[in-house]
Design a protein around this ligand. Structure first.
Ligand code: NAD
Length: 330
């Protein structure tokens, strides 16, 4: 079994009741890891972790990363941290930069301090492709970033700066994973800040027209959740010294336009409900803080972490659509 050196280790997943965090908890439990999940349920849900609540290796702590004492307690006797807790969404950060900063920067620093104080061996954290900012270079390479385009992007970049300093100042090993538009099971389709894929899936299922920002030629490196799980497990377990204290694109290395996305969604959904093929999308204005194209180079992760995506965009999307259909068909 791969990743068997994780067995019986204790891993703290912050944001563990969220989309990515709860998927990480599930993957770790399957590997016989002792999982501690910390979440304040700001954007996460109990239903995401309900199936694990009675698992002997699972512990849930309802707490806020803005509280240093709570972070210290959560990190006690933990081997590694997978830090996912944050307020996502560019528009949310534009509407309320203060709260986004408090959670994403102050909370992040609290988690670093607690990890240092409790002698955590490795701190793996969710960074973001938004750190590439206004750079138009494609594919995006880790050391070629532009100027940030939103408060959210600034917070995620500051995370990387702090993590680097915690190695040089306090000898805490960290790995940052710059996620590129993650999608898949358990991603919340509801609310003002829902991500584009689950939002479009539910709209199409309800025969409502999805609204594409701009002309639909904008493209993203949409990344299926299983690829993200794999990167986190590789980051947790790598024994290669030079792979530590690095930042990695976490993506497929491809890009898909919004028009292609809607086309593929209709293709997979119309297998369940043929009428969905006839739902017409509509176009709205471009969104503030959006870049036209995003595509990662995954060369660094391939080279240093031995990463290979488990799913391309289409195979991931097909799985995701099947999951949403099962969950939300009325
Ligand atoms: P999510 O909102 O589903 O998960 C975030 C979790 O953090 C939620 O469960 C929320 O309740 C929790 N949380 C928020 N504030 C908290 C606080 N103050 N204290 C404790 N817990 C708190 O979002 P996600 O998509 O699973 O994102 C996970 C991480 O990945 C975040 O750091 C996000 O910035 C990053 N990320 C996600 C994507 C993506 O495409 N989904 C892309 C780039 C980066």
């Amino acid at each position: 079994m791969m990743f068997k050196n994780l067995k019986n280790k204790t891993v703290l997943v912050t944001g563990g009741a969220g989309f990515i965090g709860s998927n990480l908890c599930e993957a770790l439990l399957k590997l016989d890891v002792k999982v501690r999940c910390l979440d304040n349920l700001a954007t996460g849900f109990m239903h995401n972790i309900q199936p694990f609540l009675n698992h002997k290796n699972f512990q849930f702590i309802e707490a806020d990363i803005r509280n240093l004492e709570a972070c210290q307690k959560a990190c006690h006797q933990v081997d590694c941290v997978l830090h996912q807790a944050a307020l996502g969404s560019v528009p949310r950060s534009i509407k309320d930069p203060i709260t986004t900063n408090a959670v994403n920067v102050d909370g992040f620093l609290n988690m670093l301090i607690a990890s240092r104080d409790q002698q955590v061996k490795r701190f793996v954290y969710a960074a973001s492709s938004s750190t590439y900012g206004d750079s138009i270079k494609l594919p995006k390479k880790e050391d070629e970033i532009g100027a940030p385009l939103s408060p959210y992007a600034i917070t995620k970049y500051v995370n990387e700066l702090y993590a680097t300093i915690f190695k040089s100042s306090f000898n805490l090993d960290t790995i940052g994973l710059r996620y590129f538009n993650v999608f898949g099971r358990k991603q919340d389709p509801n609310g003002a800040y829902a991500a584009v894929i689950p939002k479009f899936v539910i709209q199409l299922m309800n025969h409502e027209a999805p609204v594409i920002n701009g002309d639909g030629s904008n493209s993203r490196d949409f990344t299926y959740i299983d690829n993200v799980i794999r990167m986190n497990l590789l980051a947790l377990t790598t024994k290669t010294e030079s792979a530590l204290n690095q930042i990695y694109n976490t993506a497929v290395g491809d890009r898909t336009t919004l028009v292609q996305l809607v086309h593929s969604l209709k293709k997979y959904l119309s297998k369940f409900d043929p009428a969905i093929a006839n739902v017409k999308e509509i176009h709205g204005p471009n969104r503030l803080g959006d870049i036209p194209h995003s595509q990662a180079s995954i060369d660094k992760a391939v080279k240093l972490l031995n990463y290979k995506p488990t799913h391309n965009f289409e195979s991931g999307l097909k799985n995701a659509v099947e999951w949403y259909w099962e969950q939300f068909k009325s």
